[in-house]
Unconditional design. Sequence first.
Length: 538
Amino acid sequence: MGRTVLLYSVFVVVTLLSVSLVKAEDAYRYFTWTVTYGTASPMGVPQQVILINGQFPGPRLDVVTNDNLIINVINKLDAPFLLTWNGIKQRKNSWQDGVLGTNCPILPNSNFTYKFQTKDQIGTYTYFPSTFMHKAVGGFGGLNVYARSVIPVPYPTPAVDFTLLIGDWYKTSHKALQQFLDSGKSLPFPDGILINGKTQSTFSGDQGKTYMFRISNVGLSTSINFRIQGHTMKLVEVEGSHVVQNTYDSLDVHVGQSLSVLVTLNQSPKDYYIVASTRFAKQVLTATSVLHYTNSQTSVSGPVPASPADQIQWSMNQARSLRWNLTANAARPNPQGSYHYGKITTTKTFVFANSAPLINGKQRYAVNRVSYINPDTPLKLADYFNIPGVFSLDSIQSVPSDGHAFLATSVVPVSLHDFIEVVFQNNENAMQSWHLDGYDFWVVGYGSGQWSSASRTAYNLDDALTRHTAQVYPNSWTAILVSLDNQGMWNMRSAIWERQYVGQQFYLRVFNPNHSLANEYDIPPNALLCGKAVGRHS
Ligand SMILES: *[C@@H]1O[C@H](CO)[C@@H](O)[C@H](O)[C@H]1NC(C)=O
Ligand SMILES: *[C@@H]1O[C@H](CO)[C@@H](O)[C@H](O)[C@H]1NC(C)=O
Ligand SMILES: *[C@@H]1O[C@H](CO)[C@@H](O)[C@H](O)[C@H]1NC(C)=O
């Protein structure tokens, strides 16, 4: 009798709980995106571009922390296609990451519905095509994750927030660019810089008000420097980190990176140049747009402000000035400083060195001598269905070694809840930009020359910021710390798309032998199957 009553009350409590859970459930947002070719003339000559729902660049996604996004992507191109969500962590859910190691590509005239949550995230992100050289001609867009109403952000709400997708651009078609790379050649230097798919746009605001500029480098290969004539910029956010709000005259943004600044229109009413120009390259390409005061009668004038004369040392110093605001919260109310990442003991160190070897007479790019090749079966599916022979867990060494470069489908095995140190060693004379899917990581150090264990004494173990893409300067190193709290198969790649396409990438398999939905979601029922996974039941 007593037991029944107890059970009954448990039932009532559970029922009430589930009712309140449903009520408190995070919003579902549904999108249908049709991907087609179209024609645009961003550089003055008509060329084929990739449209999403007729738009170039693609639609801007404005969402809120913890929103569930259901995005049905319909591929009307003549080639397999995938979108990846740059900086969205896909917690427990590498099934939705949209790269060839996790997803079968969406074949022409078919579709795939991505289902993912912007769990515990806030900030400025992007999405873009991960297949072939599609990214060169569009299909990308802004993805802004706003704070929930209950979470204060550490800056006043701007009058308007503008999204600026900035990147280098080619007049050459994406297929011709791919052909260059497939035949073992390097890409030529880009033809120009676009801001939101144009060489010129105007951003208008009222004198005295403050505006946010969310800036992302969506280009293929070149770092950019961003500045606004006559105005300073207060940096407030970098890829989801709320940073110490320093003021800058100009900011370097490397390929794949995002940040947001506040700009107060505190100058005399007139129009001002907004400038983005290439950095660390022999040629300087410049795009100018306009900051228009609504009470302005005067169009832009005077010299276009120049980028800083000093290149690498200036940029490295600026990179070191980006620091976490330890008392500010991020997507959740706990202060960023409460993580004390610098006190956690690392379980393993990796040193990944990029190189540009010729393999079989073709220009390739490699990491610790391994140049990655995509398999027909996504690694994640091979892992899930226990399909042997798709990838190797021991081809890539954890530190650089001597010998010839070779091709392999390289996966680095690590354990869930490890805390790793990764050093990107760049012995080339070219700028690097490294991205990790599924995570953000602390960027604890930048240095010149060869990294050694002594380099650790200069690490920032107190207020380094977290981000998802870190630059590595020529003949230099960058060190990051990663808390491996997200099980799955995660792409670590060069954000410089040519390098990624011909081998400068691999996957990190964050693994736990115990199968548990608490650690990783199950394969989605609509997962596309391809390669050796065809016909397997999901
Ligand atoms: C394709 O779209 C339909 C709705 O039009 C949807 O029911 C189906 O799940 C989608 N296919 C995949 C693989 O997501
Ligand atoms: C850090 O964030 C707090 C809000 O938590 C803010 O009041 C403070 O001004 C910020 N400090 C800096 C240096 O940006
Ligand atoms: C797997 O689960 C068992 C039982 O819950 C636990 O004792 C063990 O530590 C787990 N192993 C790992 C690697 O998490």
